[in-house]
Design a protein around this ligand. Structure first.
Ligand code: GTR
Length: 400
């Protein structure tokens, strides 16, 4: 991927770097207990992420929820499928988020769930042909699945391999998903049609300022609003919701898990640069490349660390630390060098000092494990064979 952009994929050329000390507070003191972490340092680290990486998520009014359809015999009777629109009063310009929820019919009590965004819309995730095709803006795609930035009928089910609904539902989990572009279309001017623009009431000539939220922050906000809704659904156990995301949406899932501790478990699938990968490691995608290609994903401050990663007060082991003491799963793919699999492992490993404060074992090994050999306890890591994708192998790990 992106071979035209110069990046290093030779481990011997990575070079030396020093990670910021996650336990060292701004005032120079070092945290030694879980309560100091929770009461003091955690908030500092979160603030650093707001200032330097993702920007600050503003307080927002509660969203309205309108059920637009419900089917009790979805997927051949396996599940009940509900589609709910979450929208903001007084903001008709922003159409809102169409959340699709599958709940296993066999469940006798409230079920745990996975909450995650998709790249292609609910109709791309689901094999059910009565799920409406999204009419929102879409990024151009290979083949004939998107035309003039709109999904075509050919995009039905195109993301279903990443969402093995039957397998997940049979294991007793609910699935809660929505199209990320419902929250904000994924292009540099997308904020104008998304929640960021609507809330800020900014003009067309707006320049986003340092510390203000970017698209990842907005998508993460959307995940929290989906969880708000899940809290109102009796058949889902909102205390056991895992937030999941792949690639840019893996960065988003980490951002959501960091800022919203109601997510009981956080899953990063091939999240790479700006996600689980250590930014100071000169391997795969770099801060410069990502902020050049996708400046809108982050707060503007982040681009200043292009070629100056050492000046950034955070690195991604600190993002993983923000999940503590909750479980976190970090997954890589062996051929996904762009996302720096080893760098993704190292963020999990270097979050251990914070998990130690809680007496919890993280990845439990010092070196990146072999492919298809999952490791870890509360911080789990695996690298599987294959490419940048989400596979059943990954899902099995997340459900175990
Ligand atoms: C790439 C980007 C990655 C990753 C990926 C994706 O172009 O460089 O950071 O997020 O997109 O989301 O598919």
């Amino acid at each position: 991927m992106a071979q035209a952009k110069r990046s290093n994929e030779d481990e011997s050329l990575v070079g030396e770097y020093t990670l910021p000390d996650v336990l060292k507070c701004g005032d120079g003191t070092v945290v030694t207990t879980a309560s100091e972490w929770t009461g003091k340092r955690r908030a500092e680290v979160l603030r650093l992420y707001e200032e330097h990486v993702y920007g600050k998520t503003p307080e927002t009014p509660k969203l309205d929820a309108t059920v637009t359809s419900e089917r009790k015999d979805a997927l051949g009777g396996l599940a009940t499928r509900r589609i709910v629109r979450l929208s903001m009063k007084g903001q008709p310009k922003w159409e809102g988020i169409d959340v699709m929820i599958y709940i296993p019919n066999a469940a006798k009590k409230p079920v745990p769930s996975f909450i995650g965004l998709s790249f292609g819309g609910n109709h791309a995730v689901s094999p059910d042909i009565d799920v409406p095709i999204s009419d929102r803006w879409m990024r151009p795609a290979q083949g004939d699945t998107v035309r003039n930035n709109r999904a075509t009928v050919r995009s039905r089910g195109k993301e279903a391999h990443r969402w093995p609904l039957e397998m997940i539902l049979e294991r007793g989990f609910a699935v809660v998903t929505a199209y990320y572009g419902d929250i904000e279309p994924d292009h540099t001017q997308g904020w104008k049609d998304g929640v960021r623009g609507v809330l800020a009431e900014k003009g067309a000539d707006t320049v986003w300022k340092d510390g203000e939220w970017g698209a990842i922050g907005a998508w993460a906000w959307g995940l929290s609003r989906m969880l708000d809704y899940v809290e109102t659904v009796d058949s889902i156990d909102a205390k056991h919701c895992s937030v999941i995301g792949h690639s840019r949406l893996g960065k988003t899932s980490l951002c959501a898990g960091a800022q919203d501790q109601r997510f009981a478990m956080v899953i990063s699938n091939c999240s790479g640069e700006g996600g689980a990968a250590i930014m100071r490691r000169n391997f795969g995608e770099t801060t410069k490349i990502i902020t050049t290609s996708f400046p809108h994903w982050f707060t503007p401050t982040y681009a200043r660390y292009s070629d100056h990663a050492a000046d950034c007060p955070v690195d991604q082991h600190m993002l993983i630390s923000l999940m503590a003491p909750r479980p976190v799963c970090i997954a890589s793919a062996a051929e996904d060098l762009w996302a720096d699999p080893k760098g993704e492992f190292l963020s999990g490993l270097n979050a251990q000092p914070v998990y130690d404060l809680f007496g919890l074992k993280g990845v439990g090994v010092k070196h990146q494990p072999m492919v298809n050999t999952p490791v870890g306890d509360v911080v789990r890591y695996h690298v599987r064979t294959g490419i940048h994708d989400v596979t059943d192998f990954d899902w099995q790990r997340y459900m175990d």
